[in-house]
Ligand binder design. Structure first.
Ligand code: PGA
Length: 260
């Protein structure tokens, strides 16, 4: 039985906000976000602010997530944070963001290790995939996405779905050329990539039921003015929002649009 997909919006703060700034932003956002029902809302601040943000979100229906993690649970890995450390603070973790792949050498193989480690530690990974402009223009979108999906999900075993049937893995389709550029994909274009390429690739691995129940997001220059258009598409279940998640007057309306 497939499960109705609940709209999902996550804010990826990237490397922005000190602890004091994070506290202020979250305090300003909570009332607006809390007022929207029927949408899963998640904030992903930098590690240093996770504890402060978690404390502020206590008693709300807003979740939090980390932006990355290592796959080992402990060890001599200077500068890294382990899955169990992340799991003490939040429920979600972004894995394989294109900035991690581009600037920090992440590959489908490291993404795969991280996805497995996240799931073992009870975290819900938000796995990012997307093609570059060059790949897009060369007509390689399908090939690239299928490789990222199969490579990232090798031997991944999803935990048994809970009573709600929610799949504990989220995919974010983020075309690299649309991230932080102000040049979003078209809503229908993103919808067909998800519907024609990503869901079928997921179905090949986990079966139809999981593919139809999995929340698949769009990311890349989502803002208050274009969010509604994306959320109106049948295959787009929400958004991973970067720049606009740092502004109350942008992020709250995006979440509201997901609830409409
Ligand atoms: P953007 O970033 O919304 O600023 O384009 C999206 C992301 O990187 O997740």
């Amino acid at each position: 039985m497939t499960t109705k997909r609940i709209p999902f919006v996550a804010g990826n703060w990237k490397m922005f906000k000190t602890i004091a700034e994070a506290r202020q932003l979250v305090s300003e956002m909570i009332p607006g976000l809390q007022a929207v029902k029927g949408v899963e809302k998640v904030l992903c601040p930098p590690y240093t602010s996770l504890l402060a943000v978690k404390a502020l979100l206590e008693g709300t229906d807003i979740g939090c997530g980390a932006q990355n993690m290592h796959w080992e649970s402990s060890g001599a890995f200077t500068g890294e944070i382990s899955p169990n450390m992340v799991a003490e603070l939040c429920q979600y973790v972004i894995i394989g963001h294109s900035e991690r792949r581009t600037y920090f050498g992440e590959t489908d193989e490291t993404v795969n290790r991280k996805i497995k480690a996240a799931l073992i530690n009870g975290l819900i990974p938000i796995m990012c995939i997307g093609e570059t402009l060059q790949e897009n223009e060369a007509g390689l979108t399908k090939q690239v996405l299928e490789k990222q999906i199969t490579g990232g999900l090798v031997e991944v075993v999803l935990p048994k779905a809970n009573q709600t049937g929610k799949v504990n893995l989220i995919i974010a389709y983020e075309p690299v050329w649309a991230i932080g550029t102000g040049k979003a994909a078209t809503s229908t274009g993103a919808d067909s990539v998800i519907g024609d390429i990503i869901r079928p690739a997921v179905a090949k691995i986990f079966g139809d039921e999981v593919a139809q129940s999995m929340q698949i997001l769009y990311g890349g220059s989502v803002k208050a003015s274009n969010a509604q258009e994306f959320f109106a598409q049948p295959n787009i279940d929400g958004a991973l929002v970067g720049g606009a998640s740092l502004k109350v007057e942008e992020f709250v309306p995006i979440v509201q649009a997901a609830g409409n």
